[in-house]
Design a binder for this molecule. Structure first.
Ligand SMILES: Nc1ncnc2c1ncn2[C@@H]1O[C@H](COP(=O)(O)OP(=O)(O)OP(=O)(O)O)[C@@H](O)[C@H]1O
Ligand SMILES: [Mg+2]
Length: 273
C-alpha cells in the first residue's frame, strides 16, 4: 500500500505563514528594543543619582562657599539630565501608537540619541547630525522608525570598535523620490563586497555573541529593519567601502495632506473600537 503523502501547504498558506513569522519577528524585536531602552535608562538614571549623592556629600563636608557652589552646580546639572531622560521616556510612551501616520522624524532622532549618549561617549564616538529643517513629515510609525534607528546606531557603534570614530546621521527630504531619507554613516571598517547583500538575511551575523553592553549577535537586527521599512512601502539600502565605513539609508514615503485625513480617520476608527 503506498504511504500517504502529508498534505502540502498551498502557496497561499505559505504566504500567510511567512507574513505571520515576519510579524512575530518584528514583535520580538520591539520587545528587545524596549528592553534596551529600559536597560539604558535605568543605568543612566543610576549614574545621575550617583552624581547627586556624591556631590551632596561633598557639599556637606566642605564649609567654604565656593566648594558648595560647585557641588550645587553639579547637582543641578545632574537633576537637569535626569529630567531630560524622564521626558524622553514619557514622550516615547505617549507616542506608542501602532498605526502609520504623518510623523516628524527629527524628534525621534533626538530622543534616540539621548538614550545612547553615554554609550556613545564611552566608546569615544562623535555623533554628528545633519537634519534638514524642512524635511517634512514621513508616512510612518514613530516607534518602528526608532527601532530601526536604534538597530542601525548600535550596529554602527559596534562596527567602530574600541578605538572610537564618527557616526553621522542625516535627514533630508528627497523631492525626486517623494521620500524622507534618513541615513546612518559610520567610520567603521566597512563590509566586504560578498557580504553586502547577506547582511539583511535573518541570522546572518559576524559577531561572536553579545558584546560587553549585552547587545548584538543574533543576526536579526537588519532583517527586522528591512521588514519594518518594507511594511512602510519604503526602501533600505547599504553602501560600504572597506577601510572607509558604511552607510545605511532608509527612504520613507512623504506624508501628503490626504494621509493627514487618513490617519485622522484611522484614529477615529481605533477610538471607536
Ligand atoms: N555598520 C556596519 N558596519 C559593518 N558591518 C555591519 C554594520 N551593520 C551590520 N553589519 C554586519 O551585518 C551583520 C548583520 O547585522 P544585524 O544587525 O542584522 O545582526 P547583528 O548586529 O549581528 O545581531 P543583532 O541581531 O543583535 O542585531 C553584522 O553581524 C555585521 O557583520
Ligand atoms: Mg545588529
Amino acid at each position: 500500500m503506498p504511504a500517504t503523502q502529508p498534505e502540502q501547504p498551498t502557496y497561499q498558506e505559505l504566504v500567510q505563514q511567512n507574513q505571520l513569522l515576519k510579524d512575530e519577528l518584528i514583535h520580538a524585536q520591539r520587545l528587545t528594543s524596549m528592553g534596551e531602552l529600559v536597560g539604558t535608562t535605568t543605568h543612566e538614571f543610576n549614574n545621575v543619582l550617583m552624581s547627586v549623592i556624591n556631590y551632596a556629600k561633598l557639599g556637606l563636608r566642605n564649609k567654604d562657599e565656593a566648594a558648595r557652589d560647585r557641588a550645587f552646580d553639579k547637582i543641578l546639572s545632574a537633576g537637569q539630565r535626569a529630567a531630560t531622560i524622564t521626558n524622553t521616556v514619557l514622550a516615547m510612551a505617549r507616542n506608542r501608537s501602532t498605526g502609520i501616520g504623518p510623523t516628524d522624524i527629527a524628534p525621534i532622532i533626538e530622543e534616540t540619541l539621548v538614550l545612547l549618549e553615554r554609550e556613545m561617549q564611552k566608546f569615544r564616538i562623535d555623533v554628528q547630525t545633519d537634519i534638514e529643517p524642512d524635511a517634512g513629515l514621513a508616512q510612518a510609525n514613530g516607534n518602528q522608525v526608532q527601532q530601526v534607528l536604534l538597530n542601525l546606531l548600535v550596529n554602527a557603534r559596534q562596527a567602530i570598535g574600541a578605538d572610537g570614530g564618527t557616526i553621522r546621521i542625516r535627514l533630508t527630504a528627497n523631492q525626486s523620490t517623494n521620500t524622507v531619507d534618513l541615513s546612518v554613516q559610520d567610520s567603521g571598517p566597512g563590509i566586504p563586497q560578498d557580504q553586502l547583500q547577506k547582511v539583511f538575511e535573518p541570522y546572518f551575523t559576524t559577531k561572536q555573541g553579545p558584546d560587553e553592553t549585552g547587545k548584538g549577535g543574533t543576526g536579526l537586527g537588519l532583517s527586522a529593519c528591512r521588514h519594518i521599512i518594507e511594511a512602510h512601502r519604503g526602501r533600505i539600502r547599504v553602501e560600504s567601502k572597506l577601510g572607509k565605513g558604511t552607510t545605511f539609508t532608509i527612504r520613507l514615503p512623504q506624508a501628503s495632506s490626504a494621509d493627514e485625513s487618513d490617519s485622522f480617520e484611522s484614529d477615529r476608527i481605533a477610538a471607536a473600537k
